[in-house]
Ligand binder design. Sequence first.
Ligand code: FMN
Length: 223
Amino acid sequence: MQVDEAIKARKSVRAFKADPVPLSLVTEILELARFSPSGTNIQPWKVHVVAGETRRRLEAEVLAHRDTDPADKGAEFPRTSKRKEPYTTRMRTLGKEMYGLIGIPKGDQAANWAQWGRNYRFFDAPVGLIFTIDKDLDAMSFLDIGIFMQSIMLAAKARGLDTCSQGAWNNFWSVTRRVLNVPDDEYIVCGMSLGYADQTQPVNTLVSEREPLTSFATFHGFE
Ligand SMILES: Cc1cc2nc3c(=O)[nH]c(=O)nc-3n(C[C@H](O)[C@H](O)[C@H](O)COP(=O)(O)O)c2cc1C
C-alpha cells in the first residue's frame, strides 16, 4: 500500500472481530514504528502490548473501577475538557454522527456511558496498546509519541489491520498502572485498539469530516 493510500484509508475503528493478531505481526508493526522521528532522537515512546489473559484482566479491573468510582476521571498529567470554537462544533459533529450510527438517542446518558465504556474493552480488539512516557519529559516529547502512534496506525493499515487511538485510557490510569506494572515515574499517555475491523457494524461506516486546507494553512513567501 502506498503511503498516500494508507493515510487516507486509515480511520478509527470502534468494533473489531475476535480474530487474533499474531505476535509476529504486532512485532513487525512496532519494528517499523521504531524508525519514527523524535526531537533530538530521544525516542521517548514506551508501549505495553496487551493481549490474552492480561488484556481480559485490564478490561475487567478498569470497568469494575469505573462502575464503583465513575467520578474518578481525568489524566494524571494536565488536560482540559474545555473546548472553544471551532473545536466544540467539530467535536459535537463527530459525537452526533457516531452516536447516530450506533443508534443512541441524544441525551441517553446510560447508553452513552455504556458506549464510552467500550473503550475499556478495546472495542473487542484482541490487542491493546498502552503508551507511556517518562514524567520528566515535556510537551515536545508528547508530539513524538503521537508521531510514533501514527506510524503504528499506518503500518497496521498497510497490513490489513485497523486501529483506534484512545485518549480514554488517560482515565482510570491508577488501575492500568497497577495491572501493567507501569512505573510511578511514567504517565499513561494514550491507548490504542489493534485488530481486524468488524465491517458489519454500523459504527465502522463513520467517515469523520475534515476541514479544507485553506482553514488551517497560511502560506508565506510564495510567488
Ligand atoms: C490522541 C487521540 C485520542 C483519541 N481518543 C479516542 C478515544 O478515547 N475514543 C475514541 O473512540 N476515539 C478516540 N480517538 C479517535 C478520534 O475520535 C478520531 O481520530 C477522529 O474523530 C478522526 O476520525 P478518524 O480517526 O476516523 O479519521 C482519538 C484520536 C486521537 C488522535
